[in-house]
Structures are given as C-alpha cells and as structure tokens.
Design a protein. Sequence first.
Length: 113
Amino acid sequence: MTATSLSTAIVGTGFSEAHLNLISGVRPIANDILVGIKTAPNTTDSDDSFNIDLWNEFGIKRLLGIGGWVHTTEGSVIVAEAPTTTINNGILTVTVGGSSVDNKKRVYLLVGC
C-alpha cells in the first residue's frame, strides 16, 4: 500500500435553507451538515491510502458518511467505489477500494457536522 498526495481540497458547506444561509454563508446552527470534497490525482491506485484532517480541512467534528467514485474516463464518467476508512483523533485515513482500477482519478464526498 502506498500513500498518495492529494490536490487542494475543494470545500463546500451545506447550510440550512430555512435560514437562507446558502446565500449568506453564515452558519448559526451548530449542527448544520458540512460537506467536503477531496480529489485524488490520476495516478491513484486501488490500494493507496491517504489522511484527511477533518477539522482543519472541513470543520467536521463528526463524520457521518463518505462516498467514493473513480473516473473511468478522466474528466467525464465516474462510478462508485467503496473506500475503507478509520478515524483516529480527527484524522480520517481513507484506503481506496471497491475496484481494481489503477492510475485513475478519485473523488470523495465527506458528510459531517
């Protein structure tokens, strides 16, 4: 298993529509859902692993779920994968898995609060 470096995180934060915070960007409710997107480069193999600091990168204190996808055609078609994860002191370790595809870009969607 080899570690892979990731590109800069793309952070998107979900806010409560009832408070119109999708526009203002204010987060007055502490339990609003946070969404983060992390991409792995097109050199990522099926057993690579990497770490994500949930709090520092996305403000996530409690991870609720993760989804993973692999680009079958780079920049176009993606299919679901099943990454395995562990968390230790707020550091999420993601191991690429669910397919045997090597040297392809991966996208991970993190949901937490």
